[in-house]
Design a protein around this ligand. Structure first.
Ligand SMILES: [Zn+2]
Length: 440
């Protein structure tokens, strides 16, 4: 549902412009659309600019300039966002369209793998992809299908071919962990249950899994470097490491050979250090980055994708081991991000949405990033130009500048003053096509 102020702006917009109907493309591949931006945060510059005009031809941005000096091309379709803040389409670098914020009351994670067929899960993933786009996320890196095989490749293809709406997708397919290193677990040892990730043991199997996944369309490889976590007798967070250094090295070597990168789920401790020693390209979560890890990340140019907000949900009761762990994770995570920001670690915005419901605002993560040491502009750039850089798409996405894809959004208010304004995206253009956000 649109909040009141968004409704007011939407009404104002409807009086001024006639937008193309939902999902329709601007007619003709070379058609020209002009966007008047009251304020433009271009994703790259350190300051916003007032009264800009963005000229879009086909699916690319042709020019960006001051309204006073820009001539509107004849016959252009003009979209008036002069009362809004215009930004590049956002990038969430850690999503799970095949997870639905599983409610423990409905069987939780396990029920999705044991009870739900792939067609059902793909249908829900289709809805999740649309939810990303509606919320202004025009690109996602979706970091594993949780037992749904290569389903992400199929959803990505359906989006690219125009059958369903959704963001640009970078997919990892199945992800990789070791025996004892991923769900489902806790069943009788005699019972064969599916696993949410591809299980490998030894560098040969690890390399083979990476090859299979790359062969079937993985854009990135996702690896679990830690799995279970608990508090030790001194109250410290302890995380079980999974892959050995030899195993992660085999995967990174293979992926890099294909010109692809490796994202490593790692909380802290031995698994985190193996990830860095093994040459991982991004650390996912990084709940407790020690000084050595931070120094190594700066030196190696490793990205941190923190995913703060997911850890604030669904805590177990406070007096249980799991409940104590849940609270400890949050206690460590904020200071860990703060240290990383201060040290100059490269940060990419990521949320783990799917770990929480797709009906919650993805952009709630921005407020957490600001709470723990990032400026609003730095947080926005982590979801625009910085995310693009991590994905090897600098200048193509995550920026409103000539030559980039026309992935453009607008929000009411000023997200530099209040980053929560990014939760009320009301205009979305992806690849030069206006996506109607009104029907959520
Ligand atoms: Zn995740």
């Amino acid at each position: 549902m649109l909040p009141v102020r968004a409704c007011v702006l939407a009404l104002a917009l409807s009086l001024i412009v006639s937008l193309p109907a939902a999902g329709q493309s601007v007619p003709g591949s070379g058609a020209v659309t002009v966007i008047r931006a009251g304020t433009l945060i271009d994703g790259r510059s350190q300051a916003a600019r007032r009264d800009q005009v963005i000229v879009v031809r086909g699916n690319r941005i042709e020019s960006v300039g001051d309204a006073a000096s820009t001539k509107i091309p004849e016959g252009a379709n003009v979209i008036d966002l002069s009362r809004a803040t215009v930004l590049p389409g956002l990038i969430d670098s850690h999503t799970h369209i095949f997870l639905q914020g599983e409610d423990p009351a409905e069987g939780g994670y396990d029920a999705q793998l044991l009870m739900q067929g792939l067609a059902f899960r793909a249908a829900r993933a289709t809805v999740a992809a649309r939810r990303a786009l509606v919320q202004g996320f025009t690109t996602i890196r979706d970091v594993e299908t949780e037992g749904a095989g290569y389903g992400d490749v199929g959803i990505k293809q359906a989006i690219e071919k125009g059958y369903i709406p959704g963001p640009r997708m970078f997919v990892v397919t199945r992800a990789i962990s070791t025996t004892g290193g991923y769900n489902l677990e806790g069943y009788a040892p005699e019972v064969e249950v599916p696993k949410g990730a591809q299980i490998v043991d030894g560098p040969v199997e690890a390399r083979k899994a990476a090859r299979e996944q790359l062969d079937h369309g993985a854009d990135w490889i996702k690896v679990y470097m830690t799995h279970r976590s608990w508090l030790d007798k001194d109250g410290n967070l302890f995380s079980q490491p999974t892959l050995t250094l030899e195993e992660i090295r085999a995967i990174v070597d293979e992926a890099h050979g294909w010109g692809k990168k490796v994202a490593c789920h790692a909380y802290n401790g031995v698994g985190l250090h193996r990830a860095l020693d093994g040459g991982c390209d991004s650390i996912e979560h990084g709940l407790e980055l020690d000084d050595r890890a931070i120094a190594q990340m700066v030196k190696q140019g490793t990205w941190l994708c923190p995913t703060m907000s997911v850890y604030y949900d669904h805590w177990s009761p406070a007096d249980t081991p799991a409940g104590k762990r849940d609270r400890k994770r949050v206690e460590l995570h904020g200071p860990s991000l703060r240290k990383a920001v201060r040290a100059g670690v490269k940060i990419a915005f990521g949320t783990d949405v799917g770990g929480f419901s797709w009906n919650e605002p993805i952009a709630k993560e921005f407020a957490r990033m600001v709470e723990f040491g990032m400026t609003p502009m730095a947080a926005i750039q982590s979801a625009t130009s910085k995310g693009a850089e991590m994905l090897g798409m600098s200048g193509e996405i995550g920026v409103v500048a000539p030559g980039a894809y026309a992935d453009i959004i607008a929000v009411p208010g000023d997200p530099l003053k209040n980053v929560a304004d990014l939760e009320t995206v009301q205009f979305v253009m992806k690849d030069g096509k206006v996506f109607e956000t009104g029907s959520k």
